[in-house]
Design a protein around this ligand. Sequence first.
Ligand code: SF4
Length: 404
Amino acid sequence: MGVSGVFLATNEVISSSGIAKPGMRAKLSRMSFAPLPDNLPLQKSRLLRRFEDLISPKTDAEFEALARESRMLTLQNFGRTMRLFAPLYVSNECVNSCRYCGFSRDNPILRVTLSLDQVIAEGRYLASEGFRQVLLVAGEHPKFVSRTYLADCVHALASDFSSISIEVGPMEAAEYAPIVEAGAEGLVVYQETYNREIYAEMHTSGPKRDFNWRLDCAERGYDAGFRRLGIGALFGLAAWEQEAVALAAHVEYLLKRCWQAQITVSLPRLRPAAGEFQPAFSMTDRELAQLICAFRISFPQVGIVLSTRERAALRDVLTSLGVTMMSAGSHTEPGGYTGQGASDLHRTVRGRIVAPAFQNGEGTLATGQFEISDERSAAEVATVLRRRGFEPVWKDWDPALLAT
Ligand code: SF4
């Protein structure tokens, strides 16, 4: 099916209320976003054409008008609230070679997979800091990070957190089922780049080389029962404008195909990491701000996530523009919050596990995925948010309320 066919078919099965009619959901579940990025230069919906205009160069006055509209729509749809969450890295083992990532299998970094008790200790620390929303993150390594391991982690953390999401290697829908049953409600998977050629250059070995497998992951997660879906692109791998339009097309598609899920979008820019990859494409602070406005104006009800990759001063400004969800006080190394796993470290050299043999200047914790930029604690971030008129939300719903 060509791109227009997919859009037409998708629109036909959605009622005017935006709710899929009974009997039509099967048609939706047979669709796939995979053919769309290749045809985007030729076929764009009206919404995408407007989005493209919103991210085109603007004068200062035009940019101010965009910012005002974005701020107003954010207030209308989300109020003056900001959801706070923390990533909890459980493993930095990985079978993939991604040129931009510190966890890439070729990097001889210090690695560990936390035991269940160690994951619980990290979770308890985050809960004591106030967090009730956590994102479990791991490299892709089926031996160390199996679906059973992930389900056990989710189950063990369920009493401390009202919302648990995972960001791990893509799986089949059936493989996600036990993780959803254990209590996970969110699935995060970034395409990294929507440009197939650059994707092939960046992912030199491992299962992640399969572009379409990753692209359809959010849909498989939805079919497995995840009701929060997070997608994103890693800005710096390709021209930001092209990535942005493809990401917007993906959001537009998922809003229809996965109509019961809450969709969030992330716009991370590359940060320094082991392997010292240098981004080929830049994106200025102003371009990032404009992109946030474009997403808010085009998709008023979609959550926009901002990570600690960005520096504190910029994060404070971007919170007023359209961001609805922030990480805070983050560590990107497994065990980073409480020092868990320090006695179980090893290195992986060409796929072989060897002793850690600490080098000069190295700490005794596992290596992080990338350097964070905003190093403020969660409490400091919350204080700044309040000072700027926002209510930090550590927990946005309670399962007990839904059960009554
Ligand atoms: S980006 Fe993900 S899959 Fe690639 S090396 Fe890093 S952790 Fe592994």
